[in-house]
Design a protein around this ligand. Sequence first.
Ligand SMILES: [Zn+2]
Length: 199
Amino acid sequence: MSSSGHKPQRTCLGCRVVSDQDQVVRYVLSPDGEILVDYRRKLPGRGAYTCLDRSCITTAVRRNQFDRAFKGRVKHAVGEGELIANLSGQILERIVALLGMARKSGKAVAGSNLVLGALGGHGRIALVLLAEDVSDGIADKVIGKAGRMNIPCFRLLNKDSMGQVMGKGERSVVALVTGPLAEAILLELVRYKQIVGES
Ligand SMILES: [Zn+2]
């Protein structure tokens, strides 16, 4: 996120477009010759890259671009479905970790009544998360109120896991207070929805 304008550039194995390093997914080869998704760019070794895009991952796999990038050392064939599932799992983990940080720093509001109340305060809420299994009544109220204020809503997790992330019992709605954490979560949510193929 530096503003120097000289971020490292990486070429996508699928579409060959060159992008900033933080706009692509990194892959490395395990010592066993297995392709590993390295979303957080933490694993050692030579990296290969694709856009955060299902079609680029699919193209890269079908055209054997991973094997070429890793100089023929890929020992285990991997399907694009597996890579996409693995990537979406890593993005979800990242979202959950960021939500935990937001909770600890008091930047998350959990529970439908508290969220509906917080949505009344101008500019305070950046985005709203609704559990997949939220009741229609609560969803309508929250989405309606957030929509009138142009606050984006996303469906994620279920009530039980949402509550666990918030360190509470079941929670069907969580709102993120405006700030850098909410921005980071929003970025990951958009990526997640893109990769799992939801709008
Ligand atoms: Zn691409």
